[in-house]
Design a protein around this ligand. Structure first.
Ligand code: BG6
Length: 542
């Protein structure tokens, strides 16, 4: 099978096609064999329903003992193999400071897969994957460990046909990014041998502010070409986030009203009910705005606000998203139009939870925000005068991410004012998670003899309309890396532009008093409600 794969793969080994139009079940080996049936004249090569299957390749994960690796990356690799989307010889190399043998590493992956994988566990798929697992013990500044990594890759090329194609996944604290990429360069691992590829996958946060992001980009680009670098923003791997593009640009009915003539404002909410858990070391000093507004929420905003791209390739998407980010203007008075806060102890879901300042590992005088709300303006012809309100927080009422496009009221009402007393504003709400779908809110007559109009909703739910379940964001993104498809990965310009937006807000907060407090399990601090009330608006209760 390996032989067949290398025959049919293009130079870049990107996509191996199969003949069935539907995503097929994996073979008993858990691997789809490529077919050479390209000659079938009935088959349209543009048929996007064909599964995209990675060619010969391997993945090296740095920071393999971390939570992200265990809960997301390892299960995603298994799920891809189980769906038949990885090549037979796919190999996984773990690199970490542990005294492990290959079998110990395989056991850790096994346990992670058993606990967190999305698809069912199949022994034969597991066995085939496990045979390609290697572990390299060492520190990031340990030259011998990188030499061993190089030999492991060469050994896998020979024994599993990985053809020198490797992605290096940096799932490590940001302070180690420069060291790891420099070591990859020093040990000749960053440059691809003739006819193969090497890619670097970099987790967020990409920098702490504009200056550090620029510096990091300089270091990374000194080692890798721009098209070798894949910066992860896992929100872009979510099905519902990609659906923003489908919704807007595959339909005729939304786009004509998607502008300042009809839209009153946009609210983007990412609420979590959990606290910081065991992540004090990462979170303190970073806070909610750097953690998720700089990346996930600004990306959601860019996709919601951008113009139609000329095509859906990485360059066209970048161009349109970047135009939005560049058009973002902060309000003059940041004291009035931004809020940051910390969760306070309370009963939440029947459990007594600690306040942020009492969490293990948190300095009781910490100024770090666990909630942030900001108002942004997009100063262009489409959006001038339409505020975008972005908010996020830990320990809020429930876990929900949504984009609500709220429309202006009808310019004239032919009804008695009593008839429309309870009528709100029309809205289109894209439910990113957890109840994936979309809601349209509009007014309807209440049945009865008098004219009374109230809000009703019309709903689309993924679960009801489709039988296919959505892949996890990391499944999609890891496969894209192996295919060299960069469409869903932010480029350095977007990352830097997002810091340009956030930096003045962070600077303002750092020099203006302490964060407000909010009760765990609530919908945030009063100050956030006041912020919207000043504009004559209120937050949705999702
Ligand atoms: C991460 C943040 O990027 O996203 C976390 O660092 C957050 O703080 C997480 O909990 C939420 O991801 P999801 O996919 O569960 O919404």
């Amino acid at each position: 099978m390996t032989e067949k794969l290398s025959e049919t793969s293009a130079a870049e080994n990107e996509v191996t096609e199969v003949t069935e139009p539907q995503e097929p079940e994996a073979s008993p080996q858990g691997i789809i064999a490529p077919s050479s049936d390209w000659s079938n004249p009935l088959r349209d090569p543009r048929d996007r329903r064909l599964p995209r299957i990675a060619g010969p390749s391997g993945l090296v994960i740095f920071g393999v003992t971390g939570d992200l690796s265990r809960k997301k990356l390892m299960p995603a690799v298994y799920d891809l193999a189980n769906r038949g989307l990885l090549p037979p010889g796919f190999s996984l190399v773990g690199f970490a400071r542990r005294d492990w043998e290959d079998q110990d590493f395989a056991q850790v992956v096994h346990d992670a897969v058993r606990e967190y994988a999305r698809t069912e566990f199949r022994e034969e798929v597991w066995q085939q994957l496990a045979e390609g697992m290697r572990f390299v013990p060492g520190d990031f500044d340990d030259d011998d460990a990188f030499k061993q990594l190089r030999s492991s890759i060469e050994e896998l090329d020979a024994s599993r046909g990985t053809s020198g194609n490797y992605a290096f996944y940096l799932s490590v604290p940001p302070k180690f990014f420069p060291k790891v990429v420099q070591q990859l360069k020093k040990h000749g691992l960053a440059g691809a041998p003739e006819g193969s590829w090497r890619r670097a996958v970099i987790e967020k946060p990409f920098g702490h502010d504009l200056r550090s992001a620029e510096e990091l980009n300089r270091i990374v680009h000194d080692v890798f070409e721009p098209d070798q670098v894949f910066r992860i923003d896992h929100y872009l791997g979510k099905e519902t986030v990609q659906n923003i593009l489908a919704l807007r640009f595959a339909n005729q009915m939304f786009e004509p009203i998607w502008n300042r003539s009809y839209v009153d404002h946009v609210q983007i909410t990412m609420a979590e009910d959990i606290g910081i858990g065991g992540r004090a070391g990462y979170y303190d000093g970073i806070g909610s705005a750097r953690d998720v507004i700089q990346n996930h929420l600004l990306q959601l905003m860019a996709l919601t606000a951008m113009e139609e791209p000329a095509s859906f390739d990485a360059a066209s998407l970048l161009m349109e998203k970047l135009k939005v980010l560049k058009a973002v203007k902060l309000p003059g008075d940041l004291g009035k139009h931004t809020v940051r806060a910390q969760y306070a102890a309370a009963w939440q879901g029947g459990e007594k939870v600690r306040g942020y300042l009492e969490e293990d590992g948190i300095d009781p005088a910490s100024m770090t925000d666990t909630y942030a709300a900001i108002k942004l303006n997009v100063d262009n012809r489409r959006w001038a005068g339409v505020p975008f309100y972005l908010r996020t927080g830990k320990r809020l009422g429930r876990r929900v991410t949504e984009i609500a496009v709220v429309f202006q009221r009808a310019p004239h009402s032919p009804f008695d004012s009593t008839a429309t007393e309870e009528l709100g504003q029309n809205a289109i709400v894209i439910r990113v998670q957890p109840d994936e779908g979309m809601t349209v809110r509009f007014g309807s007559k209440v049945p009865g003899t008098s004219m009374e109009i109230r809000d009703v909703t019309m709903d689309f739910a993924y679960g009801e309309s489709f039988t296919e379940s959505s892949p996890e964001a990391y499944e999609r993104l890891i496969l894209d890396v192996l295919l060299g498809d960069a469409n869903l990965f932010p480029r350095h310009q977007e990352v830097e532009e997002s810091w340009r937006i956030l930096d003045p807000i962070e600077e303002y907060w750092a020099t203006h008093g302490r964060p407000a407090q909010y009760t765990s399990g609530s919908w945030g601090p009063e100050e956030a409600d006041e912020m919207l009330a000043r504009d004559g608006r209120s937050w949705r209760r999702p």
